[in-house]
Design a protein around this ligand. Structure first.
Ligand SMILES: NC(=O)c1ccc[n+]([C@@H]2O[C@H](COP(=O)([O-])OP(=O)(O)OC[C@H]3O[C@@H](n4cnc5c(N)ncnc54)[C@H](OP(=O)(O)O)[C@@H]3O)[C@@H](O)[C@H]2O)c1
Length: 248
């Protein structure tokens, strides 16, 4: 029997990278998982890999109406949610000299605003024993050039975990951030200014004590820990699965 047997989870950005690896590990541990994302074809592929214990809900999570659709679908299908993983995100480098209001709003709508309303809309379905995981980044405490908006959204996420841990006192709901280091997913291509994945890898490699990128499943394993009772005395905390990049 898996350590998430009988649990119902929602994983945003569950059709790629860390979110997909997390959804897969949750299903392996016995959970039923709703995955969300905008690209229907990628959602369908992910569900095909996971089988009957996964369902896709398409939507742009930066739009409130799509968050409401996600919550309504979960309510109709299962009536409860035990685990929320707020994971959807993107990165583009943007030096302050040329940063646009559009870039800023896109980053904040997706990675600072959406988690708030996702959790708000799903909270009525969550009972005592629930676990909320907010995917942040080692960058929430680092200074990495050209990431003004991205890093600030991840610091906001870290703050939400502290605030909600206090706010949910007495409700038996735990909330923590999970802060990955540089992880080998499609986001690395988007993060590059011009040279693709290799440019980003080269930029970070000297900074990582473990001397390599994370595999998505290594972050997913940390998510399983936070989702399960194995982390039963953790709330308001930040679990950094970062190869040491944010520690030295
Ligand atoms: N990889 C890293 O090095 C790293 C390091 C630290 C933190 N993180 C964080 O980890 C999380 C996952 O990143 P990843 O590396 O797994 O990236 P990824 O493979 O590019 O996945 C990003 C996911 O977010 C979804 N998404 C993006 N915009 C969306 C929108 N507007 N509405 C709904 N879904 C949206 C994408 O699905 P669709 O495109 O289909 O919408 C996709 O499933 C992000 O929050 C990222 O900031 C990553």
């Amino acid at each position: 029997m898996g350590i998430l047997t009988g649990k119902v989870a929602v994983v945003t950005g569950g059709n790629s990278g860390i979110g997909l690896a997390t959804a897969r590990r949750f299903v392996e541990e016995g959970a039923y998982v709703f995955i969300t994302g905008r690209r229907q074809a990628e959602l369908d592929k992910a569900v095909a890999v996971m089988g009957n214990n996964a369902r896709a809900i398409a939507g742009d999570i930066s739009k409130l109406e799509d968050i409401q659709t996600i919550a309504a679908t979960v309510k109709d299908a299962k009536g409860v949610v035990d685990i929320i993983v707020s994971n959807a995100g993107f990165t583009e480098q943007a030096p302050l000299d040329t940063l646009t209001p559009e870039h800023f709003d896109k980053a904040f709508n997706l990675m600072a605003r959406a988690p708030v309303f996702l959790v708000q809309k799903l909270l009525p379905l969550m009972e005592s024993g629930g676990s909320i995981i907010l995917v942040s980044s080692a960058m929430h405490l680092m200074g990495i050039a050209n990431h003004t908006a991205y890093a600030a959204t991840k610091a906001a996420t870290r703050s939400y975990a502290r605030t909600w841990a206090a706010e949910f006192k007495g409700r038996g709901i735990r909330v923590n951030t999970l802060s990955p280091g540089v992880t080998d997913t499609p986001i690395l291509e988007a993060q590059s200014e011009s040279g693709g994945r290799d440019e980003v890898v080269n930029m970070y490699m000297d900074m990582i004590p473990l001397g390599r990128l994370a595999e998505a499943v290594e972050i997913a394993n940390a998510a399983v820990f936070l989702a399960s009772d194995q982390s039963s005395y953790m709330t308001g905390a930040d679990l950094m699965a970062d190869g040491g990049v944010g520690q030295v």
